[in-house]
Design a protein around this ligand. Structure first.
Ligand SMILES: NC(=O)c1ccc[n+]([C@@H]2O[C@H](COP(=O)([O-])OP(=O)(O)OC[C@H]3O[C@@H](n4cnc5c(N)ncnc54)[C@H](OP(=O)(O)O)[C@@H]3O)[C@@H](O)[C@H]2O)c1
Length: 178
């Protein structure tokens, strides 16, 4: 028996109408939801799509940036990788917890390898230009509601309900060498 692999998790937030992004940022402005995300991934190794990476002001060390560009130079402490397996292998090799933080195609590519999806369901429709991927089928997963809170969404000035869920899949695929 080999050593058991570190758990890989995905994390993100989605609106009632399936949106995750707008203009290369989030469709909403809910500081408490962002703070939940930041607390959850603090100290972890991150797997990030290039577009999401470009939108982030601060990117922690031990982040693995997915890109198909051969000449991409990421910020200090980050590593550019050209496949999801390379990203996950690199993240696992750090010995830290591993979080896949999106966007859409990265969630889709990484989901077979993930044990958990920490998903905040924001119970309102928002305009957006990036959707949560259909390829991430959460329907068969066991789901735990970790918390439920109502926060002020700052663009609209309206209260929104956020459900902090954790989906668990039974048999994630192991990350192997190519
Ligand atoms: N609500 C949330 O929780 C959440 C989370 C994350 C992001 N977002 C939002 O989502 C939007 C960005 O997401 P997105 O889906 O448009 O972009 P993305 O996934 O962040 O980045 C896409 C880019 O990643 C690279 N890539 C993706 N899959 C790859 C693979 N298998 N192999 C190699 N490279 C790969 C490619 O980069 P190159 O073009 O360089 O080749 C691709 O253009 C933003 O609006 C962001 O704010 C929301």
């Amino acid at each position: 028996m080999g050593k058991e692999q570190t758990v890989i998790s995905a994390i993100g937030a989605v609106s009632s109408n399936g949106m995750i992004g707008l203009n290369n940022w989030l469709p909403w402005d809910i500081p408490e939801e962002l703070a939940y995300f930041e607390r959850a991934v603090a100290g972890a190794a991150l797997v990030i799509g290039r577009q999401t990476y470009e939108s982030m002001e601060v990117v922690p060390a031990d982040s693995f940036i997915l890109t198909r560009q051969s000449d991409f130079t990421p910020r200090f402490g980050c590593t550019a990788v050209n496949s999801i397996k390379a990203a996950l292998r690199g993240a696992l090799a750090t010995g830290k917890q591993v979080f896949v933080i999106g966007g859409a195609s990265v969630y889709a590519a990484a989901w077979p390898y993930c044990r958990y999806f920490y998903l905040t369901r924001i119970d309102r429709d928002f305009a957006g230009d990036v959707r949560f991927p259909d390829a991430v089928d959460l329907a068969p997963c066991h789901v735990d509601e970790l918390a439920r809170q109502t926060y002020l969404e700052r663009h609209s000035g309206e209260a929104v309900s956020c459900r902090f869920l954790r989906y668990e899949r039974q048999s994630p695929v192991a990350v192997t060498a190519d």
